[in-house]
Design a protein around this ligand. Structure first.
Ligand code: GLU
Length: 426
């Protein structure tokens, strides 16, 4: 296989490769280790399809704003594509493409009958009214309706989107198709066909893989000092679960800053005080920065916010024994190398954050069956899948002498590489 070509601008500026380029590089390494041919890499290194849409939205003041959105579908050889939609000012086509590939990996690792997809709209929902968000959500569904559907591509929540947004999107899709289509989207409110346990499933998944990682490192989660960066859906549920499980949550953060207390934070009171976007640190004058938080003393560090947080600059100072990546892409390739060399166990994003899509799959199955499960059934099945996925990746990393991220890519890509071969695509 030809080696990865870093773009000209990157070479000249001697910049670190982008997350997308790093992702392609690890895909190449993983497929090489698994002995797949060049054509398999050529096919899997990019999404099969990326749609860019422009969405005109009537704002409350009567003016019209035109938003840019994307939907990327990485590969549908295993089954329909699946993955969330994020509403964020920094959304780019390249980010959505990377995220769609990571969704393929999550589904491959956990054995779901899906490939990866992802969508995003460049917008700042924190500055928009409820009515404007509804019009934007419906406009996006109209714009992408041709390429999505319960057996084509199934969206879900992601950064700054929630069950209300899923409900509007499901309603719009059902109007377009002229029949009720709960299986079009997951992460819905319970009364519209949502699954019990979906809202907290990403965090629940993180606690499961964290517990397994702690076992192999020889520490207990109970009594461990944990830092959780990010107080959104994953971070806030996680802080609560860890606190309830007897861990000492010593640090949390939001987009505006971080709180650290070696004696442990009062998580219940922080949860009470946060707003609907997870902001709470602005209430505390003694807050530190997110970057300062990451290098504070702790046993387990959980980046649960955004991309590129652990880099070659701060990786040498990270004090944790385990890094559990609840966010997508929080650690750069160079930082992964540094942490691995320092003997810090990384539970990679494509494994650690897979709980959300696993329960989304359960939601879709329940929608297709029209038969709804009890919470213990959801939890039991989630537990079984993630424990097995963790140990498969951990064992592969030991047996093949590769870091946890490369191991996760090897496990996650194998089925898709087989599927494209069986279909005769490569
Ligand atoms: N947005 C979540 C993720 O990145 C969930 C995707 C889904 O449930 O389909 O994994």
């Amino acid at each position: 296989m030809s080696s990865l070509t870093i773009s000209k601008e990157n070479k000249e500026a001697k910049q670190a490769p982008s997350l997308f380029q790093s992702t392609q590089h690890i895909i190449q390494q993983a497929l090489e280790k698994l002995n797949y041919n060049e054509a398999t890499y050529e096919l899997l290194k990019e999404p099969l399809r990326v749609l860019t849409v422009r969405i005109p939205v009537r704002m409350d003041d009567g003016s019209v704003r035109v938003f840019t959105g994307y939907r990327a579908q990485h590969n549908d050889s295993v089954g329909p594509t699946k993955g969330g939609i994020r509403f964020h000012p920094d959304v780019t086509e390249e980010e959505v493409k990377s995220l769609s590939i990571w969704m393929s990996l999550k589904c491959g690792i956990t054995g779901l009958p899906y490939g990866g997809g992802k969508g995003g709209i460049q917008c700042d929902p924190r500055t928009m009214s409820f009515a404007e968000l509804e019009r934007l959500s419906r406009g996006y569904v109209r714009a992408i309706s041709q390429i999505v559907g319960p057996t084509k591509d199934i969206p879900a929540p992601d950064v700054f989107t929630n069950s209300q947004i899923m409900a509007w999107m499901m309603d719009e899709y059902s109007h377009i198709r002229e029949f009720d289509s709960p299986g079009f989207i997951t992460g819905k409110p319970l009364v519209l066909g949502g699954s019990v346990g979906r809202e907290s499933s990403t965090a629940k998944g993180v606690t499961i893989v964290m517990r397994e990682a702690a076992k192999v490192v020889g520490i207990a989660v109970e009594g461990a000092k944990v830092i959780v960066q990010g107080f959104g859906n994953a971070g806030s549920f996680l802080a609560k679960f860890l606190h309830d499980a007897g861990a000492k949550v010593v640090g949390i953060s939001d987009a505006y800053g971080a709180l650290y207390d070696p004696e442990g934070l009062d998580i219940d009171s922080l949860l009470d005080k946060r707003d609907s976007f997870g902001t709470v640190t602005t209430l505390f004058p003694n807050r530190i920065t997110n970057q300062e938080l990451l290098v504070q003393p702790c046993d387990i560090l959980v980046p649960a916010a955004i991309e590129n947080q652990i880099t070659e600059e701060n990786a040498p100072q990270i004090q944790a024994k385990i890094v559990v990546e609840a966010a997508n892409g929080p650690t750069t390739m160079k930082a992964t190398e540094i942490l691995t060399q320092r003997g810090i166990l990384i539970v990679p994003d494509v494994l650690a954050s897979a709980g959300g899509v696993v329960v989304s799959y359960f939601e879709w199955v329940q929608n297709n069956q029209g038969y709804y499960w009890a919470e213990d059934e959801v939890n039991e099945k989630l537990e079984r899948i993630l424990v097995q996925s963790f140990h498969q990746i951990y064992q592969t990393s030991l047996q093949r002498g590769v870091d946890m991220r490369l191991s996760a890519y090897m496990v996650g890509l194998r089925r898709m590489a087989e599927a494209v071969r069986w279909r005769g695509w490569v």
